[in-house]
Design a protein around this ligand. Structure first.
Ligand code: IMP
Ligand code: MG
Length: 181
């Protein structure tokens, strides 16, 4: 295990099983849409998950990414959400799947969902790899949920602490104390 990781919460095999299940659910749900599915990843946390996920979805799709700010480098959501890098493409009339690494308080995603709905997609659904239901402040309906986890700060598989640990192939619990600087 990497330094400062106290526990592996989801190992590589479990991650693969979760992603394959989500791919089946998403494929079934978008079987009959008129055009291509538009899969939008929220950077940076979702990029590892997104890369695996799109390869399990068996309907024609395009991808785009956006960056929103919420946390800075800390571990507590500020509830203040800004678009740092917007999409290249219009959502008008499209079937859109928003992909997130983790929904914690829901503050970030609730605001992003509201902003995306204002762009008049034909449909808008949400896929999150992880979900911390105990921490929810703002209501977010997750259509495709990878795994509910307890209220612990986790890293790996794209998730970071101060931009570190994204490369871990598993999801691990980070020991949060002054030794992690
Ligand atoms: P929310 O606004 O509280 O739902 O937080 C959303 C964002 O905070 C996620 O997209 C993550 O980038 C980050 N985040 C929340 N919980 C964790 C965690 O346990 N580890 C790493 N990042 C997290
Ligand atoms: Mg993050």
């Amino acid at each position: 295990m990497a330094e400062h990781i106290t526990e592996i919460l989801i190992d590589e095999t479990q991650i693969q099983q979760i992603v394959e299940r989500l791919g089946r659910e998403i494929t079934a749900s978008y079987q009959d849409i008129p055009g291509e599915l538009m899969v939008i990843g929220l950077l940076r946390g979702s990029f590892v998950f997104m890369a695996d996920l799109i390869r399990t979805i068996e309907v024609p799709l395009v991808v785009d990414f956006m960056t929103v700010s919420s946390y800075g480098d800390g571990t507590v959501s500020s509830g203040d959400v800004k678009i740092i890098m917007d999409l290249d493409t219009s959502l008008e009339g499209r079937d859109v799947l928003l992909v997130e690494d983790i929904v914690d308080t829901g503050n970030t995603f609730a605001k992003v969902v509201r902003m995306m709905k204002n762009r008049n997609p034909r449909s808008l659904k949400i896929c999150s790899f992880l979900n911390k239901p105990e921490c929810r402040v703002a209501e977010v309906d997750i259509d495709f949920c990878g795994c509910d986890i307890p209220d612990k700060f986790v890293v790996g598989y794209g998730l970071d602490y101060a931009q570190r640990y994204r490369n871990l192939p598993y999801v691990g619990v980070l020991q949060l104390d002054e030794s992690v600087a």
